[in-house]
Design a protein around this ligand. Sequence first.
Ligand code: LIP
Length: 270
Amino acid sequence: MSASTTDGTEARATAAMTIARQAGKIARDFFRNKDALDIQIKGYRDLVTAADHAVDRFVRERLSRLFPGDQILSEESAGGGDGDLWVIDPIDGTSNFARGIAHFAISLAFARAGVVEIGVVYDVMADELFFARNGQGAWCNGVTIETSRIDDAMAPLIECGYSNRHSVTAYLNGVRALTANGYDFCQCGSAALGLAHVACGRIDGYWELHLFGWDVLAGLLLVREAGGWTSDFNARASLVGTAVLACTAAISPELRLLTGLSGAPASQQP
Ligand code: LIP
């Protein structure tokens, strides 16, 4: 019997994938019925919809029933603690969701003693479930994924996430530095999906000046387990937020210089 079977991480991994897909049905129904969204403003240009709340309630209820001793922290409801902890973003890419743009995801991460052991990012509309286990690899719909292999034929593509939680000047300076050094950039509105796309090699990196733990913990594990490099994002950053960089390993030295971000502890790097 493997350790993960006895310590409950195997059961949690299976449950996280099942719950993500079940929650995806709720999100998909709301996405196709915009009249039920009840879009609310929770802060300056910060939206929350009935879908965020419905998915959040569903995921919390399922996890609490299956793992009653676990703590749960989500973007839409407080929580947290030092024990076994789930960090949830019920709809990552809420602005896209509210506008009818089918680029959003459900993100679940499970951490034990401050180490992320399980990451799930579910692209509901594309029906792509990205999954990673600490030290065991990363998959999309069960097929192993790995970060891109850069070649000269194509300029590296970096997604540069943007929000009003940081200055436009700092953002534009970062984009200017990247484009001046031969990088293409895009901005798509979901950090969780952007990180999943780095992990499967569709894009070469993801950079954003301010993100919370619920946006990124699952996606950063995906990138690391797919062989990529990730900046340091410790547990404290989850609640206050910090800058994030994740990329295919070959370009990490230059990107670290261009963005000024240091790496996660060596134990977390490929
Ligand atoms: C979003 C992130 C995105 C960021 C937005 C927001 P949400 O998460 O995925 O990268 O630029 O400001 O934080 O709020 O949709 O869960």
